[in-house]
Design a protein around this ligand. Structure first.
Ligand SMILES: Nc1ncnc2c1ncn2[C@@H]1O[C@H](COP(=O)(O)OP(=O)(O)O)[C@@H](O)[C@H]1O
Ligand SMILES: [Mg+2]
Length: 235
């Protein structure tokens, strides 16, 4: 098992955002978390990354507990997050943003080779490498946000709503690249409100409802589940 969450609870003051969530991710896996607004998807990702602290439960990554580690240590272990709303540094160039993604690393040759691989996935970032991030379109900023996460050389990539607010054609392009990244061995946990897209891309899925795992299984069988169809696929 690459990552496991065991009975994880998270509170914001007195609000119980996660009420005992258990999730497992294998090496090279592609897992999606779907669910309505407020279900706890972002909180789950932020807790894995160390940005929120569980009030109970255990998170393990490669047989090591993450539960009390700070975010920079978790990043260094190989867990990178692409946050909701693609927070790129708008006053920095594309290249500078990408280099920031590698801030925990020292091996310049490996960093250079990963930069080439990011430009391989996202040729448009290479064309625009000297431009300020603020000049990029929304889709390109999402690509930059993913590219920056890849610059940490992750084993596990967490993505929070990468399709939000993007045109369908751009969403398709990003989806294709996520599959490529996964094929190269990076495990992915994808949070999406676009359940149709997410279940199409992922191997397995979890449905979160009010801080609990309501359903889990193969993505293809979740897509055929009657409750999932009516509640999340609009069928
Ligand atoms: N910073 C916060 N302070 C207080 N409550 C929060 C905060 N962030 C999220 N919540 C609450 O926690 C619950 C889960 O939110 P979130 O993880 O953002 O859900 P999702 O990403 O599925 O929409 C919601 O009830 C939300 O209102
Ligand atoms: Mg969210």
């Amino acid at each position: 098992m690459l990552l496991s969450l065991q009975d994880v609870h998270v509170h914001y003051n007195k609000i119980a955002a996660l009420q005992g969530i258990s999730i497992e991710v294998e090496e090279g896996d592609f897992v999606t978390l779907i669910g309505s607004n407020g279900a706890g998807k972002s909180t789950t990702l932020r807790t894995i990354s160390g940005l929120e602290r569980p009030s109970a439960g255990e998170i393990r990554f490669k047989n090591q507990s993450l539960t009390r580690l700070p975010p920079d240590r978790i990043l260094k272990l190989g867990v990178a997050q692409v946050p909701e709303g693609r927070r790129v540094f708008k006053d920095l160039t594309v290249l500078e943003n990408l280099h920031l993604g590698a801030f925990t690393r020292g091996d310049q040759a490996a960093i250079k080779s990963d930069l080439e691989s990011v430009f391989g996935h996202f040729p448009r970032l290479l064309e625009r490498s000297q431009q300020l991030a603020q000049t990029l379109s929304g889709g390109e900023q999402q690509m930059l946000s993913i590219g920056r996460a890849l610059m940490s050389d992750p084993i596990l990539l967490l993505l929070d709503e990468p399709s939000l607010g993007l045109a369908p054609i751009v969403v398709e392009e990003i989806a294709k690249i996520l599959l490529e990244i996964n094929k190269r061995g990076v495990a992915i946990v994808l949070v999406e409100q676009n359940a149709e897209l997410a279940l199409d891309l992922a191997k397995r899925g979890y449905v979160l409802e009010t801080g609990n795992v309501a359903l889990q299984g193969e993505a293809s069988s979740l897509a055929r589940n009657e409750h999932v169809k009516t509640a999340y696929l609009g069928i």
